[in-house]
Design a protein around this ligand. Structure first.
Ligand code: AMP
Length: 286
């Protein structure tokens, strides 16, 4: 036991690259991990364990790993009572009930007496119970989307992000029963020194998550537009305003929310902004 904090991440698959990317954005130096079961960060007391995502909640629950990054759907399906510390904003997907395109299906109650194939039997059963629907849940571990066409089940309940797999298999999305994204989970009994390491890492994760929600923009504006431009940028309490050699113009720097980026840029342009540059923000520390 080296006293390092241990984090479990997916070894291969949809969450693997983004999980490591997040840790690197937190300033951690992680050496080449190809085919290794675990590596230590070079500049932080952290060991990274590479596991199957299905196993991560159990490893964290049992204390083999102290924290983990995994899909929320996996945590919920495993019925684990681990606390979800943070939603991490990547690997977003929806657990959808879907039916063959050519079937008329208007109300949930029409699922009664039918069979539904899924790799998420627990989440599906809870949903059916809550809605007082008695349907047969057929658990399968992969390629759920082919179940209706090969006659295994009437409907399916599967994870969807773009929806292309369902379309390709002539299935139509009907009801979303769970929205998922990658989450940070934590064992409930970390000792003091691990708690300190965890809080330090969490601070870095938070600063990286906040930074991703914002962009830094720089632009030139006509002097007389300063008031209207200040109104457009919501977070701009006290803008950085710099004089330019051309005395009729000013340079303005500001932080804006990423999800409103294009709306704000369009409005700024309508108010005379030009030469707009945007930069990603690596960290935002309050
Ligand atoms: P993988 O085993 O590599 O396919 O990763 C599965 C995990 O990725 C799931 O548990 C979800 O949390 C997440 N995910 C995101 N989008 C999708 C999708 N369209 N299909 C399956 N899993 C997805």
């Amino acid at each position: 036991m080296n006293g390092h904090l241990k984090i479990a991440v997916q070894k291969k698959g949809r969450l693997a690259d983004k999980s490591l990317e997040l840790l690197k954005r937190c300033g951690l130096e992680i050496e080449n991990y190809n085919e290794r079961l675990f590596v230590s960060a070079r500049n932080f007391d952290l060991d990274i364990l590479f596991l199957r995502d299905d196993d991560i909640p159990e490893y964290v629950q049992d204390g083999v790993a102290d924290i983990g990054i995994v899909g929320e759907n996996v945590v919920r399906e495993k019925r684990s009572n681990l606390s979800i510390e943070r939603k991490l904003g990547f690997s977003k997907c929806r657990l959808m009930l879907a039916s063959p395109e050519n079937i008329q299906l208007d109300a949930l109650k029409e699922l009664s007496g039918k069979s539904i194939a899924t790799s998420h039997p627990n989440i599906l059963s809870e949903f059916l119970d809550e809605n007082k629907i008695s349907a047969k849940v057929i658990q399968i571990s992969g390629s759920v989307e082919i179940a209706p066409s090969v006659g295994i089940a009437d409907f399916i309940c599967d994870l969807v992000s773009t929806g292309n797999t369902l379309k390709f298999n002539k299935l139509k999305q009907r009801w979303c029963i769970f929205e998922s994204e990658a989450v940070l989970i934590k064992n409930n009994s970390l000792n003091n020194s691990k708690s300190d390491l965890y809080n330090n890492l969490l601070k870095r994760i938070d600063s990286s998550l906040t930074a991703r929600k914002s962009k830094y923009i720089m632009m030139n504006i006509p002097k007389e537009s300063l008031e209207s431009v200040t109104k457009i940028i919501p977070s701009l309490k006290s803008p950085t305003v710099l004089p330019l050699a051309d005395e009729t113009s000013l340079a303005v720097h500001a932080v804006i929310p990423t999800d409103k980026f294009w709306e704000i840029i369009d409005e700024l342009k309508m108010n005379g902004a030009s030469g707009i540059l945007s930069l990603p923000i690596e960290n935002m520390i309050s």
